[in-house]
Design a protein around this ligand. Structure first.
Ligand code: SF4
Length: 349
């Protein structure tokens, strides 16, 4: 397993940090900004090890201290530039180097994006996320995206983009165009990162997140589980997220959808690498370690089924990606989501 040197240093830093022995109780982190305590991977792993009912009880109790318990926020994601990506993320069907059947497409026209945003709003979404399969936007790419952000914002939606790594000045340009959120996932624990991606390292991810924060854009940052990582790996990811200062406002947790032709499909053979209840535990621990964040069920929801999703809501998930596609993988259809939320008596925001 290759370990990015920067990631090793970050893990050490966490292990040596003040409050490192804070053990299993969730820190009383009532504020998003400036929480002084830091989570050790051991402490996060101890939360995972709680009896399931105890873990869910704690998570639901924490959830109710910070969020309406009966409301789920809906986000819709549109791929504005699909396929042909130069990166080698082992889970991703959009990487040009893998043979997944995803073709490289040009950037969508602005009127197509606005039409999709209007449809999303009409279907109940409050946030519209635009995703592009880039290592990062070139300057000539960014200008039309800025126009899209302005246009979607004018439709009365919160705006989010996921465009890859940002250079100096690009985050500020997005902020000036009216961008509310920028998504940039840490994907997995630092120690596992080199097994999944080799064309960039963990430090690159953190640098972009810092640029986003400095520009005053809210951070959407989570990861993917079910990639063959250990429970300690999941704990390591959540510790990294929770120790961002401040921790992200939105935390999407993806359950890997294995796509044929990707290295992770080859490695895992198409068999789920994570038990559904372990996914629920992951959601609960995300809620306990990041009490005020919106914890979002993202890719892989369709495979989880209704009962597991219901447990995830009990564990503190309060946001979903909504709409029939998630970049290039399927999502439950809108009617199925409506039926599930109705059966659970959950309102939408
Ligand atoms: S996850 Fe993003 S950066 Fe990685 S290959 Fe896919 S589109 Fe490219």
């Amino acid at each position: 397993m290759s370990v990015p040197p920067s990631a090793e240093r970050m893990t050490d830093a966490i292990a040596r940090s003040p409050g490192a022995s804070a053990a299993t109780t969730a820190r009383p982190a009532g504020t998003i900004a400036g929480t002084p305590e830091r989570w050790t991977v051991d402490a996060v792993e101890a939360l995972f090890a709680l009896p399931f009912t105890e873990l869910l009880h704690r998570a639901q109790t924490t959830h109710r201290e910070h969020h309406a318990p009966d409301t789920v926020q809906l986000s819709t994601l549109l791929s504005i530039k699909t396929g042909g990506c130069s990166e080698d993320c082992g889970y991703c069907p959009q990487a040009a180097r893998y043979h997944t059947g995803v073709e490289s497409e040009a950037l969508l026209a602005q009127d197509e994006v606005v039409a999709a945003a209007r449809a999303a709003k009409a279907a109940g979404a409050s946030r519209f996320c635009m995703g592009a399969a880039w290592r990062g936007p070139k300057e000539r790419d960014l200008a039309p995206v800025l126009d899209m952000v302005r246009a979607v914002k004018a439709e009365g939606l919160e705006t989010c983009c996921t465009l890859g790594m940002l250079k100096d000045g690009q985050a500020q340009a997005l902020k000036d165009a009216g961008l509310d959120y920028y998504n940039h996932n840490l994907d997995t624990a630092p120690e596992f990162y080199g097994d999944i991606v080799t064309t960039r390292d963990y430090r690159d991810r953190l640098d972009t997140l810092e640029r986003v924060r400095e520009a005053g854009i809210s951070v959407c940052c989570g990861g993917i589980v079910g990639m063959g990582e250990s429970r300690r790996g999941r704990a390591g990811l959540l510790a990294q997220l929770a120790n961002l200062d401040p921790y992200p406002e939105s935390v999407p947790i993806n359950h890997l959808v294995q796509v044929e032709g990707t290295p992770l499909h080859d490695r895992l053979g198409g068999e789920p690498a994570l038990a559904p209840l372990e996914f629920v535990r992951t959601i609960a621990v995300a809620r306990l370690t990041m009490p005020k964040a919106m914890v979002r069920l993202s890719a892989g929801r369709r495979e989880l089924g209704d009962a597991v999703q219901a447990l995830c809501f009990l564990a503190g998930a309060n946001s979903i990606f909504y709409g029939e596609r998630l970049l290039t993988t399927g999502n439950p259809d809108v009617d199925a989501d409506r039926a599930l939320l109705s059966a659970l008596g959950l309102a939408t925001a």
